[in-house]
Write a protein that binds this ligand. Sequence first.
Ligand SMILES: Cc1cc2nc3c(=O)[nH]c(=O)nc-3n(C[C@H](O)[C@H](O)[C@H](O)COP(=O)(O)OP(=O)(O)OC[C@H]3O[C@@H](n4cnc5c(N)ncnc54)[C@H](O)[C@@H]3O)c2cc1C
Length: 451
Amino acid sequence: MPTANHFDTIIVGGRPAGATLAARLGQQGFRVLLVERATFPCPHPASSPVIYSSAMRLLDEVGGDENVYAYNTPRIHRWVNEFYDQYCTTIPVPAAFGRDYGYALDRARFDDALWNNAARWPTVTARQPFTVTDVLWDANRVVGIQGHSPGQPAETFTADCVVGADGRFSTVARKVKAGIHNIRTDFPTTVYYAGWRLAQPYDDRGAAVHFCQPGKGYFFFLFDSADGVLNVSVEGRSDLFTSWAGHGEAAYMKLVRQHPLIWRRLAHAERVTRVHGMRNIGNVYRVASGPGWVLVGDALHQKDPIDGQGIYDALFEAKALAQAITAWKHGEQSYEQAMAGYEMAARAEMYPMYMETLRQVKRTVFSRSPLWLDKLLFRSIGADAELNHRYALLTVRALAPAEFLSPMLVFRAFVRALRMRHFRGPGVLRAKNRRGRDIAEFPRHMPPATD
Ligand SMILES: Cc1cc2nc3c(=O)[nH]c(=O)nc-3n(C[C@H](O)[C@H](O)[C@H](O)COP(=O)(O)OP(=O)(O)OC[C@H]3O[C@@H](n4cnc5c(N)ncnc54)[C@H](O)[C@@H]3O)c2cc1C
């Protein structure tokens, strides 16, 4: 029998996975308790993310309003990739799922919008700040949660199902002792990021995701974000960070100052946030569900942020889980069948991309080839228009990882590269084919470093 403290589903964690799952279940009229230990808008953003049309399509489905979550945020139509201060290629964000742009979000604004969107459903009870400290058991089944608001006595709530949408350090996963699998400990990376105001634009052609790899083992991402803020992050091999730069703010500032390609944009800018970061980012899956509990989003599956897929994955998994819970609650499937179906659906969509993400981390920061070979490969293959377009489609999830690269595609790119000749012009480096026709153009951006 329903009571005031009993719900169909309790969701722990109210960001992309939890808030959109709550909205989907609220749309169906299920009684949901959504709890979150932070208070939105949260002054300590969980990351500095970019999202693409794949994620925005899922947000549309739950009533996420782009004018709210991306308020005053420029649309990003291109990636600009600079490698080893030699070459630069521009790749347009391809049209897919009805949009040809992405956003570098203000994460505090985004999470707040998702929370408010979930809380508007009449059957969703949204509690913040509320920290879950334990799960409740009946024999070997999870039947609820225990937690508290700051300074308040503990409260308990029960539900037919408890969802851990509480991120990579999931309390729910820890309390139910969720097993782990497909763990990869061979590519540990560290990321630091901060927001800057009055930074120099990349050029006069509008907002961009600016990727810059100035050396082996690490790279920068600079994103034009909301309210004129430029998000600047640096990611690299954890061991190199420690030995080169140390940790935290000092390491971050040392690295951004050290590189003319980065510092040219920041020399006259003001840092407007603290330096946030994460050390030894993990790549791991957890077992998805057990009696009375289930995991979603980063709690289920976490990986390196190099290709910006975490939010899409969390939104997709939330959709798959909402479908599973609906089938179970409507009596179409048993709990076990529904949860097995959820795990299969999530794995089919995520696992190939998880492996592709790891390959990207390996290629980009853990490459063991000599530097000259990395440069040669970029010059010949990294600038290939067809491969770049395929990479763009992969990133917006319009191309399956299995279709991304094949030996034949790489071979064809090599053949095209052999036919290229390079010419330096004023401010540009051109690649031409044997007949002298332009194949690609690489604007060179090497302004003098300023301080
Ligand atoms: C440096 C960095 C950069 C990233 N860049 C990108 C990017 O460009 N694009 C992209 O798509 N993804 C990116 N990601 C990944 C993305 O941030 C995550 O994949 C995404 O936030 C996962 O959403 P989630 O809802 O599963 O978990 P989270 O966003 O981690 O939310 C979990 C929530 O649970 C709450 N919680 C935890 N424990 C409790 C508890 N005991 N009680 C109550 N509440 C609790 C937390 O407060 C938190 O609000 C990046 C990640 C990092 C670290």
